[in-house]
Ligand binder design. Structure first.
Ligand SMILES: [Zn+2]
Length: 300
């Protein structure tokens, strides 16, 4: 499922293709993927795409006329750009097609599993209101914001990180990676984390997201950017998808269990269930962890 780094990679790859382009025509193959009005003008026909924006896992196309189309990639959604006059390689599961004027190409939204969709909004103010239900963007999460999200809750820290209302953009992959990098057990009660642990966690959420964006995101199943390119971060996951394999730090077998109905992987030795005094001790310096994430770590 695309998380913040994947959606940001789509945004960065689609932006130069669509910004400043006029939408000559929109073809909607399935009206039920649209939430909100679904007339051609609501989907930007006749308008110019002025800019792209992102909050958490949501991507928005902003028009010169003020209208907004939000793209939710859901589980398997793809926003793809194709050169003008080239038929799409895979014609299946394409739900919407924007033809850009002046041979600027075609943008298609395809989504085999249809957990994603398009949201239409009439104004930028409506977008601000829509996004006000989301927490701060995880790429810039501060320790103060994270502390506020953790205070007074009985929930596990893993569940807090996945809650888009308190922190927008983190999903299962990057929650597990950031908790491992912070030496924090995913089932620790969020309100029991120390200030030092929250400082560390906020910094490592930002670091893993930035490293993943640099790698073009993680491709598990369907994810590709707007140019159809898969991400490269999946080979650098320290814990996600590696249950039962050796911890990259201590070599103990990684644990795997369901937390809030999500498969969660952690190291019992590097991420103890009980709180330690002082700064969390992950056993892995941020410098070495970034080496793992950047795939320059030779010991794996
Ligand atoms: Zn370990």
């Amino acid at each position: 499922m695309p998380e913040l780094p994947e959606v940001e990679s789509v945004r960065r790859s689609i932006a130069p293709r669509v910004e400043g382009a006029r939408v000559a025509a929109i073809t909607l193959h399935r009206a039920d993927i649209v939430t909100g009005r679904a007339a051609p003008a609501d989907l930007l026909e006749g308008d110019e795409i002025r800019a792209t924006a992102r909050r958490g896992k949501q991507l928005a196309l902003l028009s010169a006329g003020g209208r907004v189309v939000i793209v939710h990639l859901g589980m398997s959604g793809q926003l793809l750009w194709l050169p003008a006059n080239t038929p799409p390689k895979r014609a299946d599961h394409i739900h919407a097609r924007w033809t850009l004027a002046n041979d600027r190409g075609v943008v298609i939204f395809r989504d085999p599993r249809r957990f994603g969709g398009l949201w239409t909004l009439p104004t930028r103010d409506a977008l601000d209101a829509h996004w006000s239900s989301l927490g701060p963007d995880a790429l810039a999460i501060s320790a103060v914001d994270l502390a506020r999200a953790c205070a007074g809750t009985r929930r596990a820290i893993k569940s807090v990180l996945l809650d888009q209302r308190v922190l927008a953009g983190v999903g299962n992959i990057y929650a597990d990676e950031a908790l491992f990098a912070s030496g924090i057990h995913p089932l620790r009660r969020a309100s029991a984390l120390s200030e030092a642990e929250i400082d560390t966690l906020a910094a490592r959420v930002r670091a893993v997201l930035a490293a993943a964006i640099d790698a073009g995101g993680s491709t598990r199943r369907d994810y590709v950017n707007a140019e159809g390119e898969a991400g490269g971060f999946q080979s650098r996951h320290a814990v996600y998808g590696r249950g039962g394999e050796a911890c990259v730090v201590c070599k103990v077998a990684l644990r795997e269990a369901q937390v809030g109905q999500r498969t969660t992987v952690w190291c019992d030795r590097c991420q103890p269930r009980t709180r330690r005094a002082g700064r969390p001790r992950c056993g892995l310096t941020l410098h070495r962890l970034v080496q793992v994430w950047m795939n320059t770590e030779t010991s794996r």
